[in-house]
Design a protein around this ligand. Structure first.
Ligand SMILES: Cc1cc2nc3c(=O)[nH]c(=O)nc-3n(C[C@H](O)[C@H](O)[C@H](O)COP(=O)(O)OP(=O)(O)OC[C@H]3O[C@@H](n4cnc5c(N)ncnc54)[C@H](O)[C@@H]3O)c2cc1C
Ligand SMILES: Cc1cc2nc3c(=O)[nH]c(=O)nc-3n(C[C@H](O)[C@H](O)[C@H](O)COP(=O)(O)O)c2cc1C
Length: 767
């Protein structure tokens, strides 16, 4: 085949090498706009896996590259005058310029033609003479941008400003240096890639960048300003830019996240950054470019595979890998973009949050990397959780937590879950066993299912209630069992179904109206949940008074039943949520329109409940922090304002759920997918939060807690199959200091021994 590679970056050069290795008869021309030896950027980092891949593909170039690698293990985080060092991270890096020299030499050796100072124009007719044109022309690819529809290009220009500089200061560790200025934070990512050369990337928010005057400085002034800001890390060494000699490259940039739906069009194939980018803070762009090149060369040389099938396979396989990395990169990008959210952390927690920002590294990964350091974090966590009384080194999930005078033994909670098994709202033996079992299962706090304040406030005929004496007595029996047989605390979740009421039991059809015996439903507005649901009656002021008093009466009964805590359910599209969310609330009076108006009634109910509940016992509020409706729904900023408004009325904990507020929601699912909302509310609003949603491993819980993304972690569905989730986690993590019912002591000890033996055997096999 006759092939043109546009761009002699890692993608274009490595593709040329790999094609020639597969079949020396390919005729390959590599065009590059810059002269040889002139390039942007400084060092690039690799993982062990990438080294294995390039070694298998071309041992010759891999040997030269690996011979020149700089290695380092530690990460130093400089923050507020302290340096936090954690080890075991195992990085390898090389200068970008040197990497390109090695690849150029190898490409030439194998017979590829390299043409420098050759600016390529997509409109040039000469491209028709090639069987394939590989657009390896980087992030600002002209060949991609000339036909954006054909490739389905999606570009997201990110908020922060960065500049990629170098220095002769040799950093021993991968260094993050954060500096606070009168105009906000600015920081550097620095690492050594050669004995006397390091990469030094400076980043800050656009506002800080402007306020520091960088928008008015030329390159040498900007460099001098950075040298001054980071003088204490540079030991008198200069910062250097290589952007001045470059064509098509600027000094300060905003990172552009590129995604393409299709990676080929006609005879043009996108490779490397032209097809996709991953934020520099996870250092994987070069790896992706090299691995793309290997895969594309593989499929193009596979006998019997048509060009169309080859390209399909190339994209199908590579796009999965790219998606995973782009997801991690997005988390990492956002962490740096919202940095100021975390600057109230102490240095140790700040460093932990930084290290776990992409969610690729978890609590247990950090233990493997540097046990001693992780144990320092755990000790710190326990000390804070106990006001300095404990010196324990143990997983964060087992640390106690205090809300008003209520102390929970650990940070795991059983999230509210409707059981649809009551008759006339009265909990029965099923509920007794269900809650009793989960209490002795080790969780620190148990939430009841949404317990309704009136018969009409039920979701289904099977919902539990708190409006009469029979219900109160049945709940008291459950609460007494929990208190007598476990250390768990129990919280009564109170709610009103609103427009989602009068529907079937959960397993008979979610949100499907009853076949018969329907009751009229209330809501903020006359917006039906779906075309098959009833049109609700918009609440009148008299309705509001009546329902508020029902909530207050239920709170008083909850107090009599002995509950430790009350939660008001204002999420998931039920009555109070229908006021808060603009996708349901169409009112034109003082209860609709602005956020203040939409919050007015829910806050009134909460305040009345709070007044009826003992001041030494806590209350929480469950909210949907997003409607998953883009700009039409609750915005991320509003979620913080909502939480703050309830906190002002006496909410001690924000139970941060999401969605289920309208039938057309477009949620983005994944592991711990709602935790970012809790993170934001906790760290911007400085409020205690509980995270929930697809959290299922002890490792998830520990990572969330230690990184300060929530104070409590709620698990719903995992507790449906395993009431003993917390005790099992204690056995798994070899944590002994948990209240185990004496009847079950042997079982937990045995599980702990078995799990330990299995882990040791697995480790021995790996060796
Ligand atoms: C600040 C920063 C730090 C980074 N750190 C790392 C890191 O540590 N590790 C890592 O793996 N990756 C890192 N990256 C990403 C990495 O640089 C890219 O992912 C990688 O270079 C992609 O390789 P590529 O060959 O696709 O594109 P590029 O390396 O951008 O190469 C494209 C080439 O095409 C040439 N070109 C463009 N248009 C034309 C044209 N019309 N005619 C002729 N030539 C053209 C360009 O001059 C360039 O040489 C970083 C990126 C940035 C911005
Ligand atoms: C069967 C079931 C019933 C639920 N009922 C309630 C409820 O009564 N009140 C509530 O606030 N959330 C309810 N939820 C939502 C859960 O509390 C939780 O937010 C959600 O399931 C996500 O957590 P998970 O991924 O750990 O399951 C219910 C969830 C399930 C699976």
């Amino acid at each position: 085949m006759k092939i043109a590679c546009v761009g002699a970056g890692p993608a274009g050069l490595y593709f040329a090498i790999t094609m020639k290795l597969r079949d020396a008869a390919h005729e390959i021309d590599v065009f590059e706009r810059n002269p040889p030896g002139v390039t942007f950027g400084w060092g690039v980092v690799f993982s062990d896996l990438t080294v294995d891949n390039i070694t298998r593909n071309d041992p010759v170039s891999a040997r030269t590259i690996t011979d020149e690698f700089a290695h380092w293990d530690d990460i130093d985080v400089h923050f507020r005058g302290e340096t936090v060092t954690s080890g075991g991270h195992g990085f390898i890096g090389i200068g970008r310029k040197r990497l390109l020299e090695i690849l150029q030499q190898r490409a030439r050796e194998l017979g590829a033609r390299l043409l420098f100072e050759a600016e390529c124009d997509p409109a040039d007719p000469k491209w028709r003479d090639y069987d394939l044109v590989i657009a390896s022309d980087g992030i600002n690819s002209r060949f991609r941008d000339v036909q954006p529809e054909a490739f389905g290009v999606d570009i997201d220009e990110r908020r922060n400003k960065f500049v990629w500089l170098g220095t002769n200061k040799a950093f021993d560790a991968f260094t993050f240096a954060f500096e606070e200025t009168e105009h906000g934070w600015i920081w550097a990512h620095a690492y050594r890639f050669a004995p006397d050369c390091s990469t030094f990337i400076v980043e800050c928010s656009e506002e800080t960048w402007k306020d520091l005057g960088f928008d008015r400085m030329d390159q040498s002034e900007a460099i001098a300003a950075c040298e001054k800001l980071f003088a204490k890390y540079l030991d008198g060494h200069r910062l250097i830019s290589n952007a001045a000699h470059l064509r098509g490259s600027a000094a300060w940039l905003n990172f552009r996240r590129i995604k393409c739906e299709r990676w080929s069009s006609g005879n043009v194939i996108l490779l490397g950054d032209a097809a996709h980018t991953a934020h520099f803070s996870i250092g994987s762009g070069t790896k992706l470019a090299l691995e793309d090149a290997i895969k594309l060369a593989d499929v193009l040389n596979r006998k019997g595979l048509s060009l169309e099938a080859a390209l399909d396979e190339y994209q199908a396989e590579r796009s999965l890998e790219v998606l995973k990395l782009q997801n991690s990169a997005r988390n990492s990008t956002e962490w740096f973009e919202t940095l100021e959210r975390y600057t109230h952390f102490e240095p140790l927690q700040f460093a932990y949050s930084l290290l776990t920002r992409s969610q690729r590294i978890s609590h247990e990964n950090l233990r493997v990397r540097d046990r001693e350091w992780l144990e320092t974090v755990e000790r710190w966590f326990w000390k804070r959780a106990t006001d300095g009384h404990s010196n324990k080194t143990a997983p964060p999930m087992f640390a106690p937590f205090k809300l008003r005078e209520m102390r929970v033994e650990n940070r795991i909670t059983v999230s509210p879950m409707a059981m649809y098994s009551a008759v006339d709202g009265v909990p029965n033996d099923f509920h007794f066993v269900h809650y009793g079992e989960r209490a002795i299962g080790g969780a620190g706090l148990l939430f009841t299912e949404m317990t309704c304040v009136s018969p009409e406030g039920r979701i289904s005929p099977g919902c539990t209630g708190m409006w009469n004496a029979d219900q109160l007595a049945a709940w008291r029996r459950i609460v007494d069992f929990v208190h007598a047989n476990s250390k768990a605390k129990i919280c009564l979740q109170l709610g009103h179904s609103g427009g989602k009421g009068s529907t079937k039991l959960g397993w008979e059809g979610n949100d499907v109206p009853l076949e018969s015996g329907n009751w009229p439903v209330l809501s903020a507005s006359d917006v039906p949940w779906s075309p098959i649901n009833q049109v609700p009656k918009p609440m009148s002021r008299a309705d509001m008074d009546e329902v508020r008093e029902q909530f207050v009466a239920a709170v008083r009964m909850g107090r009599e039943a002995g509950f430790d805590m009350i939660e008001l359910h204002a999420a998931h599209g039920y009555l109070l949520s229908s006021f808060i969310t603009p996708v349901q609330n169409r009112r034109t009076d003082e209860y609709g329109g602005s956020l203040d108006n939409r919050l007015r009634y829910p806050l009134e109910v909460f305040a009345a409940m709070r007044a009826a509940w003992p001041s030494d016992r806590p209350m929480s509020i469950r909210i949907s922090a997003t409607d998953w409706a883009g700009d039409d729904g609750i915005t991320p900023e509003e979620s913080v304002l909502i939480a703050e408004a309830f906190a002002r009325e006496g909410a001690d904990l924000i139970d941060v759920s999401a969605g289920q507020t309208w039938a057309g929601q477009q949620p983005v699912y994944g592991r711990m997918f709602q935790t970012p909302f809790s993170d934001r509310i906790r760290n911007e609003g400085r409020l205690a939060t509980m995270a929930v949603g697809n959290i299922y491993e002890p490792d998830h819980a520990n990572s969330i807690l230690a990184a300060g993304r929530a104070d409590l972690v709620a698990l719903a569905r995992p507790h449906l199959v395993d009431p003993f989730w917390t005790l099992r986690a204690a056995a798994q993590l070899d944590y002994r200091d948990i209240a185990i019912p004496p009847q079950y002591l042997n079982g937990v000890a045995q599980l702990s021994r078995n799990l330990k033996r299995d882990a040791e055997a697995a480790a021995a096999m790996r060796v």
